[in-house]
Structure formats: C-alpha cells, structure tokens
Design a protein around this ligand. Structure first.
Ligand SMILES: NC(=O)c1ccc[n+]([C@@H]2O[C@H](COP(=O)([O-])OP(=O)(O)OC[C@H]3O[C@@H](n4cnc5c(N)ncnc54)[C@H](OP(=O)(O)O)[C@@H]3O)[C@@H](O)[C@H]2O)c1
Length: 337
C-alpha cells in the first residue's frame, strides 16, 4: 500500500463491531494502526486471536495486532490520530485521558451518533476533535471476529463546519480501512441522521418491532410523526442546515405517504440496534439521541414532550422496570400528553 502523505500513527480505541471492522481492514492493508481495549485481558485475547472480518467488502485478516489496554498507552509514543470507536457514554468518559495521548496538532475522531462530537469539542476544544458518522453497518460475532453488513462509508468533518486540511489528511489516512468522505456541513449530516435515530430506531426498540411493524398501527404512526417533527423543529431552530442523506430530512407539506415509503424502503425491516442493547441488558445511547434532542429543545424553547417521554421510557427499560412491547406506543402517547 502506498501513502501519498506520511502515514498517520493511528490508535483505534474500542475494538467492537465498528472499531474491529475498520481495524482489520486497515491493518491488513498495511496502515500503522494500534488498538486499545478497555482491559489488559481483552487485549491479550486479541493479540492471541488476531482479527478477521467477513461480509460486504470481502474477507480480511490481521494476524499480528498491536493491542493493549487504553491506560497502557500513557507512556507510549504519541499518536497523530485517535479514532474513538466506543459507545457514546464510554467515549465521553475516555476522551479526556485519550486527548493526552495525542501529538501536537493531532486529532481525536469521534464516530458516535448524536451529540458526542459536539459535546467533546466543547470540552476538549475544536482544534482537537473531529466529528464523524458511520453509515457502514457492522456486527461483532465474537471478540476478534467481525462482519461488515453493507458497503457504507465514514463521513467526517469539522464540528464547527467547513473543510480543513486536517480532515482531508485524516480521510486519506483511513482510506485503506474504510471508504472515507469529508463534509463541510457535519452538523447538518449529524442532525439528518439523528432525526432517523430518534424516530426509526428508538421507537422500534421500545415497541420491539421494526419500523414497518409499528407503522402499521395508528399509535405507531402518531408517535413516529410527533417525535420526528419535534426533532426536526429542534434542528431547524438551532440554525442547522440539514443535509440530504438517503431521504429528504424535511418531509413534504401535506401528504407524507411517499416520503414515509422511502424511509420504509431503506430502514423499515431493520432490527433496531437499541433493541439488541435492551435484550442484552446493556446501557443504550438514548441520552445522546432522544435525550440530546430533548436537552437541545429545552435550551431553544422547542416543545419536546415525545422525545422526553421516549428518553424516560428507555431508561425504565434499562432499569428493568418495564419491557419493550408494542403496548409501549400507547404508553408514550399517554405520557407525552
Ligand atoms: N456497529 C455499527 O454498525 C455502527 C454503525 C453506525 C454507528 N455506530 C456507532 O459507533 C459506536 C460504536 O459502535 P459499535 O457497534 O462498534 O459498539 P460495540 O460493538 O459495543 O464496540 C464498542 C467497543 O468499545 C469498547 N470500549 C468501551 N470503553 C472503552 C474504553 N474506555 N477503552 C477501550 N475500549 C472501550 C467496548 O469494550 P467492552 O465490551 O469491554 O465494553 C467494545 O469493544 C457507537 O456509538 C454506535 O452507535 C455503530
């Protein structure tokens, strides 16, 4: 593999579904990538097993991987790029320590949905944080074994907007691992994806249904349109210029049926990843999706009752106080008023 710039010494933090897939393809293409796990035990297991990816994009393997627990990098040579590939809550917790592992002028790239890159950029500084969004879907079969689910890409950009040299250089550094695109309007892209995360994904998780399933009921349709419209008002009130992703983020005036059909065609039959988190008893990213929208809406004076009800319900499910079920749709309508 030839690199037109000096290759970037890169640390990928979080060797789960997305981090593991990107790492396997990058390392097998010869990119200078190190990996950080949460514990020394997970690092030792990955050192022994190596990494394998299958699925879209074809098989790839990295037999010899440089991997250690994140804390073990405290005294290592600094990195030019750190890719933060943990879940949102872990990203916020780990970022201040990881920022100390960066060489001067280096970047911390966050690839979580929702408000993570904005929050970290406020805490660590715009010059440190680059934001990103993945529309590549991946799953972890077991530690070290990953499956790429589609031919997606990583869209990256400056949190404050505009195209920068460093974003272009980071895109080039990661190209051996994953298709990379750079946007001048990261906030618009993040919000456009967030509108669908807030509605398609979360409602499906609470109702234990795909979007096609819950849109068959009047309660499901009402919850969908209310949560979407609230989130859209928050995005527009914040001055965000929404980016067209797969569907137009702004629904047409009047009859929305064709617009809904387009969303159903693309997302209607996908099992929501948040439902898997509920089933495995794992903490969800709700605070960074509907929770973030609720918080931003309250700051801007936008009504967000349905997003707030959804956030509270997801927390009740996480605590085991209630369970995902189609009956949650009626509960939401009652609770949001
Ligand atoms: N997977 C996808 O298809 C996809 C697509 C789009 C966006 N995303 C977003 O990408 C992010 C990562 O998703 P994912 O599916 O890859 O999650 P995941 O499979 O849960 O992987 C996250 C990994 O991070 C590790 N981790 C947590 N805290 C850590 C720390 N402090 N230091 C080092 N490693 C740490 C976790 O280890 P433990 O198991 O020990 O906690 C886990 O291996 C999420 O925000 C998700 O929403 C994912």
């Amino acid at each position: 593999m030839l690199f037109s710039h000096p290759p970037m010494r890169t640390l990928i933090v979080g060797v789960g579904a997305l981090g593991g897939t990107i790492a396997t393809r990058g390392i097998s293409a010869g990119a200078p990538i190190w990996l950080a796990t949460r514990s020394p035990q997970s690092a030792a297991a990955l050192r022994a097993s190596g990494l394998r990816v299958s699925g879209t994009g074809g098989p790839a393997e990295a037999r010899s991987v440089r991997v250690a627990a994140a804390l073990e990098y405290a005294n290592a040579e600094k990195f030019d790029l750190i890719v933060l590939a943990t879940k949102a809550q872990d990203a916020l917790e780990a970022a201040p320590f990881l920022a100390r592992l960066l060489a001067p002028g280096a970047s911390l790239l966050c690839i979580q949905n929702g408000g993570v890159s904005q929050m970290l950029s406020e805490r660590l500084g715009e010059g440190v944080v680059l934001g990103g969004l993945s529309n590549l879907g991946a799953t972890m079969v077991e530690p070290g074994v990953y499956e790429q689910r589609n031919a997606g890409h990583l869209l990256i950009g400056e949190v404050a907007g505009g195209i920068s040299d460093r974003a272009m250089n980071v895109a080039e550094a990661l190209r051996p691992a994953i298709e990379m695109r750079v946007t001048a309007n990261l906030a618009g892209a993040i919000w456009s994806k967030l509108l669908l995360n807030c509605s398609v994904t979360t409602i499906g998780a609470l109702a234990k249904q795909t979007m096609r399933g819950y849109m068959a009921s009047p309660a499901g349709r009402e919850v969908f349109h209310r949560v979407y419209d609230e989130a859209l008002s928050v995005a527009l009130s914040s001055g965000t210029r929404l980016e067209r992703m797969i569907v137009d983020p702004v629904p047409p005036e009047g009859d929305r049926s064709r617009w809904v059909d387009q969303i159903l065609t693309n997302y209607g039959d996908i099992k929501p990843s948040m439902l898997q988190d509920f089933e495995r008893g794992r903490r969800t990213e709700i605070d960074f999706i509907n929770g973030y929208t609720t918080e931003q809406g309250r700051k801007l004076g936008v009504a967000v009752a349905m997003n707030a009800a959804i956030t509270a319900m997801a927390h009740r499910i996480e605590r085991g106080d209630t369970r995902p079920d189609p009956a949650r749709l009626d509960d939401l309508l009652r609770e949001a008023g």
